[in-house]
Design a protein around this ligand. Structure first.
Ligand code: GUN
Length: 293
């Protein structure tokens, strides 16, 4: 069994980007600038956005955090999005999800300039991705593809079973892994909450990508020997014995399944850090496109 070490690979990618930024500085060029909009005080979102901003600083990007109160109206958020679209200094930005319930998420994502949409959530980017055209690829599925590629995991002709059909992970990873290209050419089955006898699919899978958000959902008797496991779940489980009052766990019963798997991503330290690295990669790409416009 081999660990797919997302922490290490994400650090490699960040080092590669930092080297490019250093060269930009030597050439006297503007460095990439990422902005993040966070509405409200959701604990996990605060952690993710904080981590994204800190990573920018580490690799030499400029970053701006726009933290708006929970009561922000849809109109106010749309005005903020319009301002970011207009601001030539910003190369790319994200609106952290989930948004408070009184705000229409789709409306906000539609308002983001597709050329600055480093999350790859705008229909223009999602559509281009589905049609094999150049686009911003959502950071989490992009990170999974990069991890599979760098560890040379054989995906060609393999049966990949994706659990979960979210717009952020399940849907895009099922498209990417079925496409032609590196870490792809897989035969993909997309399963979800209405799938009957899910275990019959996971037992037949060469690769399982679980993006469900249910701790310890995937058990050893649900997979075959030699399976490749990509655990996208990140759940905070309350635990008073931990300094933060919770611990982080994935969808996969790691101790059981790691004895059967050929490759497995740990949680934490697997897919999570890759998401941030690929967001930075998308921001670098946005800067390059911006410069060449
Ligand atoms: N919420 C959970 N994951 C993500 C992500 O990748 N981007 C944004 N904007 N929000 C998220």
């Amino acid at each position: 069994m081999k660990i797919l070490d997302g922490k290490k690979v994400s650090n490699d990618i960040k080092d590669e980007i930092a080297a490019e930024v250093a060269e930009m500085k030597v050439r006297g060029e503007k460095v990439p600038h990422l902005a993040a909009v966070l509405v409200g005080n959701d604990g996990a979102s605060l952690t993710y956005v904080g981590s994204k901003v800190r990573s920018c600083k580490k690799i030499g990007f400029e970053s701006t955090l726009i933290h708006l109160p929970e009561e922000t109206t849809e109109e106010e958020l749309l005005a903020q999005v319009a301002a970011l679209n207009e601001n030539d200094d910003i190369d790319g930005y994200i609106v952290q999800l989930p948004l408070p319930k009184h705000i229409d998420e789709q409306k906000v994502l539609m308002a983001v300039d597709a050329d600055k949409d480093v999350d790859g959530f705008h229909p223009t980017n999602f559509g281009k991705m589905a049609l094999d055209m150049e686009s911003f690829i959502p950071a989490t599925p992009y990170g999974i593809m990069e991890l599979l590629h760098r560890y040379e995991v054989d995906t060609e002709g393999k049966h990949t079973v994706v659990i979960g059909r979210s717009h952020i992970v399940g849907r895009p990873i099922s498209i990417l892994m079925s496409q032609k290209g590196k870490a792809a050419n897989s035969t993909v089955t997309l399963t979800h909450s209405r799938t009957k006898d899910l275990a019959s699919f996971t037992k037949a899978a060469d690769i399982v990508v679980s993006a469900l958000g249910v701790p310890d959902f995937l058990k050893a008797d649900m997979v075959k020997k030699g399976v490749v496991i990509i655990d996208v779940g990140i759940t905070r489980v309350p635990d008073d014995t931990k300094p933060k009052g919770y611990y982080i766990t994935g969808d996969v019963d790691f101790d059981e399944i790691s004895t059967k798997a050929s490759f497995i991503t740990p949680v934490p330290g697997g897919v999570g850090p890759m998401t941030i690295a690929m967001l930075l990669k998308n921001t670098l790409i946005a800067r390059e496109r911006h410069r060449n416009k």
